[in-house]
Design a protein around this ligand. Sequence first.
Ligand SMILES: [Zn+2]
Length: 268
Amino acid sequence: MLTAATRSDGPTPRFRRGLRGRLVDLGGLVLPVSCPGCGAYDEIVCPQCLALLDGPPSRCEAAAGRLDRMDGRPPLPVWTLAPYTGPLRELVVAWKDRGRADVGRRFEAALDRGVRDLVPALRAGTTTEALLVVPAPSSAAARRRRGDDVVGRLARATAQACSTEGLPAVARPVLVRRGPGRDQVGLGARARSRNLAGHVVVRRTSASSISGRTVLLLDDVLTTGATLAACEQALMRAGAVVIAALTIAATPSPGRSAGRVEVGADPV
Ligand SMILES: [Zn+2]
């Protein structure tokens, strides 16, 4: 049996992540750093891998079958910065699962650039109240493993970029994962939908404040669309209007392993 004397919780994931981030910020003086995309030494993200995020954002919802509303209405418009392939996939894994918060800051900067192209389209669908930028919620297990709400940081960067471009926006983490839903990593399309069904909900304390508000959903990677579909349904039930979603990367359509993702024809 563990006692207070024998139990050792050790540093929390948040502490470890923060410590590594500070060490990396010393410019690689303490820990050697390399680009997770290609292994280039002494680069957080090398210029070639960073260029993959240069955009402009493109539409990608056509490749995500779970966004099909099955009622004749077009799927939720989803914008993305790049295809989820090759070095970019390695960057995302390093950021989310290997504690590379420094890579996340590069993603935040890329969103800041990409959002500038989207503001005119987003403004057309936004009411006079500030646009809500809502991050897709992570499972409690994923948050514990990462020690941080990594998608929430992207949402805050996106809201700041919108506001800087003259579209008032605020990031609000109003969605939460409840119940037995597990981390989505490694699940197929049907399993992802089952895993999320009914488990993405609006926080009780937020429900009254989002009715009638326009929302931009924010997630890291679009794969099947199951996560964004569950988020949109939860927000709609609370009376919010989801006008679009934005992701860092999207799985390319079948048969398109590289290059730009599909570009939708319809405006937001
Ligand atoms: Zn690289």
